[in-house]
Design a protein around this ligand. Structure first.
Ligand SMILES: Cc1cc2nc3c(=O)[nH]c(=O)nc-3n(C[C@H](O)[C@H](O)[C@H](O)COP(=O)(O)OP(=O)(O)OC[C@H]3O[C@@H](n4cnc5c(N)ncnc54)[C@H](O)[C@@H]3O)c2cc1C
Length: 247
């Protein structure tokens, strides 16, 4: 199998600040919601590829990726200049274990994301599996500023579709708001504000958690959950927490 598949940019959406979503048409192998592919561009004659999570559900087309431009870094400043019709390269086969097939049965599914790690959880929420397998689903999105809370239309339509079953909890660290939790996810777990906002308890028996994004957020969140008696899930040693670090 060749290393890259050629794709065509369908659209580029600018959300706010450095946040964008790229839609791409490409023939890649079937993937599971929560997985990632690599996107690549030729830079000075060399392919520069980085992993990006699918935002689209496995059955949806075009493929969609939510990303933040990191100025001075190799790929993202180039990604955001792409326009409809431009060529981009993808790995033919998706990877990753941040999928519901890796999460043991439970009552409540908690999806905790920082920044662009919202993407894989949106892909999961667009599928039937979370709604069939769990009584309640909580999506927590941590950002610095309110304007970084992208995909609000989609989140609101999920809320309408799954009323009484789905809770969205925004967490904003860099400014005050009257609708979000302030500060960071680990602190909101420690002091009980996250559970109060979600209206359900975090406990080993009923809760299953998927945590994705900034490695400091992931590590501190896992630590806060461990203090509450939860542990990382491994196939050979089942637990409640699955994680994926973005760097
Ligand atoms: C499994 C996996 C899935 C990923 N999925 C996504 C995704 O869906 N969307 C996305 O934007 N990125 C995602 N990333 C990160 C992505 O692969 C790139 O690292 C990022 O887009 C920056 O690329 P770059 O070449 O411009 O800079 P790089 O040289 O790759 O990164 C430079 C530095 O930027 C910081 N950084 C990297 N990614 C982010 C980010 N997302 N938010 C804030 N700071 C960051 C880190 O400090 C990193 O060391 C994922 C990474 C992994 C490992």
């Amino acid at each position: 199998m060749s290393k890259w598949v050629e794709g065509t940019v369908v659209a580029q959406k600018h959300w706010a600040g450095h946040l964008f979503s790229l839609q791409v048409d490409a023939e890649v192998a079937p993937f599971q919601a929560g997985q990632f592919t690599k996107l690549a561009l030729a830079v000075d004659g060399e392919m520069v590829g980085r992993p990006y999570s699918f935002v689209n559900a496995p059955t949806e087309r075009p493929h969609e990726f939510y990303y933040v431009v990191l100025p001075e870094h190799p790929l993202t400043p180039r990604l955001c200049k792409l326009e409809a019709g431009d060529t981009i390269y993808l790995t033919p086969k998706a990877s990753g274990f941040l999928t519901l097939s890796e999460v043991p049965p439970g009552e409540h599914l908690w999806l905790l994301a920082s920044g662009t790690a919202l993407g894989p959880f949106l892909s999961i929420l667009k599928t039937e599996a979370p709604w069939q397998r769990f009584e309640r689903v909580v999506l927590v999105h941590a950002v610095r500023r309110a304007e970084e809370l992208s995909y609000q239309d989609l989140i609101q339509s999920l809320q309408a579709q799954h009323a009484g079953k789905f809770v969205f909890v925004p967490v904003i660290s860099g400014e005050d708001s009257d609708f979000a939790l302030g500060g960071r996810i680990p602190k909101a777990i420690e002091d009980g504000r996250l559970e109060a906002k979600a209206g359900i308890r975090l406990e080993a028996q009923s809760s299953r958690l998927m945590v994705c994004g900034n490695p400091a957020m992931v590590a501190d969140t896992v630590h806060a959950l461990q203090e509450r008696g939860l542990k990382k899930h491994r196939r050979r040693d089942p637990g409640q927490i699955s994680v994926e670090n973005y760097w």
